[in-house]
Design a protein around this ligand. Structure first.
Ligand SMILES: Cc1cc2nc3c(=O)[nH]c(=O)nc-3n(C[C@H](O)[C@H](O)[C@H](O)COP(=O)(O)OP(=O)(O)OC[C@H]3O[C@@H](n4cnc5c(N)ncnc54)[C@H](O)[C@@H]3O)c2cc1C
Length: 407
C-alpha cells in the first residue's frame, strides 16, 4: 500500500535503534518524521559493543567507515575468575573470518552511532527531525494512526500517519498505547557503570579491552571505549545489592571503594562518569499491532553482560526497514507479522537466553554450579568446534539463523 502524497512513517525515539530504522527506510526512499522527547540526540553512555552481525548490517547501510575510524576494534574477549585470578577462557572472533568481513567487535558508544547516522543522512526533506517532541498517546484507525505529542512550545500536536514505530526505549509510550504486554522479570539488584581514564591494561589488570570477571560475591565487567579521544575511557560494571541506597553507591566514597576493592591501586581513580541502572529481562508478546510496530528496548530488554541489547535492536531495525518498505511498496501486510515472529524468536532463543546465561556465569553462588559453568566455558574455548559455536552465538549470528528459520 503505497504512501499517499505527504504521508510519512513516524519513528518515535532518536536512540540507536530509531536512527538505524530511519536510515534503513531512507535508503528505501520512505519519508520519515522522527519524534524525540529530548532537545537533541542524547549523549547516552550505555552501549558500546557493536557485534560482527550488526557491523555487517551497518556496512550495508553505508556507515561502517566512520565506526572503524573512531571506534576500538576488539577481536578477543576474556572470561576471568576473580577468586582464583586465572584467565578461564579467551574467545577470538578472528575464527569467523571465513564467513564475515567483520570478525571483531567494535567498541563505539551508542551516541556516536547516532551521530554517525545523522551525519550520513545529512540534510534532506525525506527525514524530518522533531526534537523536544514527547509522544503522549496514539489512536489507531483502520488505515493508520494519530500520534499525539507535546511539542517544543509545550502544546499538544497530532500527526496522522499510516505507520508508527516505537523505538522509544524501555518505558515506551508507543508500546503502552498499543496495550502490548512486556513479559519477563526485573532483577532485584541494579548495575553501576563507572568510567575512568585509568589504564587497566597498562597496569596489568586486563589483557584485552573486553573482560568479564566472575565472582560469587561481586563480579565485574571491564571494557575500553575511545571516549572523547585517546587515551580513552575504561568502563567497569558492577552489581549493586538491592538494599544499597543509590546515593551511597554513587557517592565518591562508594565509587572509589567499589573500584579499589576489585582493582586496588595507590591513590584515587579519576572518574569521568557514572550511571546506575535497573536491569530487566523482558520481551513484548508481539512486535506488531495494527498500524503500530515496536523495535529495540521498546520491544525487549536484557542485562548488558555480553553487549547484546542494542545489537538485537539494530537487527530489529534492519529487518523492519526491509519488511515495512516492502509492505509500503505493495507486499502483503503479513510480512509485519513475520517481522514480529522472527524477532521474538531471535530474542527468546538468542539474546535473552544468552544474556541470562552470561549473568549466571558471572554471579553463581553455589560453588559446584559455579565450577561447572567455568569448566564449560573453558572447555568451549579449548575445542575449535565448540569455540566457533560459542563465537557464533556471542556475535548474534546464531540468533539471525534462529529468526530466519521462522516462516
Ligand atoms: C550499562 C549498560 C551497558 C550496555 N552496553 C551495551 C552494549 O555494549 N551493547 C549492546 O548491544 N547493548 C548494550 N546496552 C543496552 C543498550 O544501551 C540499549 O539496548 C539501547 O540503548 C537501546 O536503544 P534504543 O534506541 O532501542 O532505545 P534508547 O537508547 O533508550 O533510546 C530511546 C529514545 O527514545 C526517546 N524517547 C523515550 N520516550 C519518548 C517519548 N515518549 N517521545 C519521544 N521520544 C521518546 C528517548 O529520549 C531516547 O532518545 C547496555 C545497557 C546498559 C544499561
Amino acid at each position: 500500500m503505497a504512501l499517499k502524497s505527504g504521508e510519512r512513517v513516524v519513528v518515535v525515539g532518536c536512540g540507536p535503534v530509531g536512527m538505524v530504522l530511519t536510515l534503513a527506510l531512507y535508503r528505501k526512499g520512505i519519508p520519515v518524521t522522527l519524534l524525540e522527547r529530548a532537545d537533541g540526540p542524547i549523549e547516552d553512555q550505555r552501549a558500546a559493543a557493536i557485534q560482527p552481525s550488526s557491523l555487517e548490517m551497518l556496512a550495508e547501510l553505508g556507515v561502517t567507515d566512520e565506526i572503524h575510524e573512531r571506534g576500538l576494534i576488539s577481536p578477543t574477549f576474556h572470561y576471568r575468575d576473580r577468586v582464583s585470578g586465572e584467565l578461564v577462557a579467551e574467545f577470538d572472533f578472528s575464527m569467523l573470518a571465513d564467513m564475515t568481513a567483520f570478525p571483531y567487535v567494535i567498541q563505539y558508544e551508542q551516541f556516536k552511532l547516532v551521530e554517525t547516522i545523522i551525519a550520513e543522512i545529512g540534510d534532506t526533506p525525506d527525514v524530518e527531525y522533531r526534537f523536544s517532541s514527547e509522544v503522549t498517546g496514539i489512536e489507531q484507525h483502520a488505515d493508520g494512526a494519530t500520534v499525539s505529542f507535546k511539542n517544543q512550545d509545550g502544546e499538544t500536536e497530532t500527526l496522522r500517519t499510516p505507520w508508527v514505530v516505537g523505538c522509544d526505549g524501555f518505558s515506551s509510550v508507543v508500546r503502552q498505547a498499543a496495550e502490548i504486554d512486556f513479559v519477563g522479570f526485573t532483577y532485584p539488584e541494579k548495575f553501576v557503570k563507572i568510567g575512568s581514564d585509568f589504564d587497566f591494561q597498562e597496569a596489568g589488570m586486563a589483557m584485552c579491552i573486553r573482560n568479564f570477571f566472575s565472582d560469587p560475591g561481586e563480579w565485574c565487567n571491564l571494557f575500553k571505549v575511545n571516549g572523547y579521544g585517546p587515551p580513552g575511557i575504561w568502563r567497569t560494571v558492577f552489581p549493586v545489592p538491592a538494599d544499597e541506597p543509590d546515593e551511597v553507591c554513587l557517592s565518591p566514597e562508594g565509587i572509589q571503594g567499589r573500584l579499589q576493592k576489585f582493582f586496588p591501586k595507590e591513590g584515587d581513580y579519576n572518574i569521568i562518569y557514572t550511571g546506575l541502572y535497573h536491569v530487566h529481562q523482558r520481551v513484548v508478546e508481539t512486535f506488531h499491532k495494527g498500524r503500530i510496530l515496536v523495535a529495540g528496548d521498546a520491544a525487549h530488554v536484557n542485562n548488558p553482560i555480553g553487549g547484546l541489547g542494542m545489537n538485537g535492536g539494530i537487527h530489529d531495525a534492519v529487518a523492519l526497514g526491509d519488511k515495512l518498505s516492502r509492505v509500503i511498496d505493495g507486499a502483503p501486510e503479513d510480512l509485519l507479522g513475520l517481522y514480529s515472529r522472527q524477532r521474538h524468536k531471535a530474542q527468546m532463543d538468542g539474546v535473552q537466553a544468552t544474556s541470562i546465561a552470561n549473568k549466571k556465569l558471572m554471579d553463581s553462588k553455589d560453588p559446584a554450579m559455579r565450577q561447572e559453568q567455568l569448566d564449560a566455558v573453558r572447555a568451549s574455548s579449548e575445542d575449535p568446534v565448540k569455540a566457533r559455536a560459542y563465537c557464533l552465538n556471542a556475535s548474534l549470528f546464531k540468533s539471525l539463523d534462529q529468526a530466519n528459520a521462522v516462516t
